[in-house]
Design a protein around this ligand. Structure first.
Ligand code: NI
Length: 177
């Protein structure tokens, strides 16, 4: 499914909107609730956040490399591989989310002043078949589009958790109870 490409303005709006949207969706939930997956093979909110952090690391690094170097060649890193080099899945939601939001502020500080020529700066991406040309904009579009999907996933994930905690007394996950 290839919708119309996001504009620079839409990308910046989406990237800035991800942390506040996640904060609103997860407001008031306990660490245990944030680790509750709707189904055993599905991700909890914590799991989605860990995945988003891994993607933001990998694609954010690509953006910085393209801006720092002249037409670099970048070897593609799969965020699902990178996450195994992190402790993101093990972290508590709130401190992990705080780190994600801080990193996002830093990324936006880099992106917001860019000129159209900067957005069009390119790299050759290798490691996934024939080399592909990727730009600052294409990485930022990918990051924004991808997060939009996973924010909706967090919404679907936390809703049943909230309802279960509201409807059935005593299920609000107190380990001492
Ligand atoms: Ni994903």
């Amino acid at each position: 499914m290839t919708g119309r490409a996001l504009t620079i303005e839409q990308v910046l709006t989406l990237l800035a909107g991800t942390p506040p949207r996640i904060a609103a969706l997860t407001d008031g939930l306990t660490p245990v609730q944030l680790r509750a997956a709707p189904e055993p093979d599905e991700w909890s909110a914590n799991g989605v956040l860990a995945h988003l952090r891994s993607c933001a690391d990998v694609w954010g690094d690509c953006i910085r490399t393209i801006l720092d170097e002249d037409r670099p060649t970048i070897r593609a890193v799969d965020p699902r591989t990178w996450i195994r080099h992190t402790d993101y899945p093990d972290l508590e939601f709130r401190p992990s989310f705080h780190a994600f939001a801080t990193q996002r502020t830093e990324l936006l500080t880099i992106l917001e002043p860019l000129t159209p020529d900067d957005w069009a700066r390119a790299a050759s991406l290798t490691g996934a078949g024939a080399p592909l040309e990727r730009t600052v904009l294409s990485f930022a579009q990918r990051l924004a589009r991808h997060e939009r999907t996973h924010v909706r996933q967090i919404d679907r994930t936390v809703n049943p958790v909230r309802e279960a905690a509201t409807v059935i007394p005593g299920t609000s996950a107190s380990p001492a109870g």
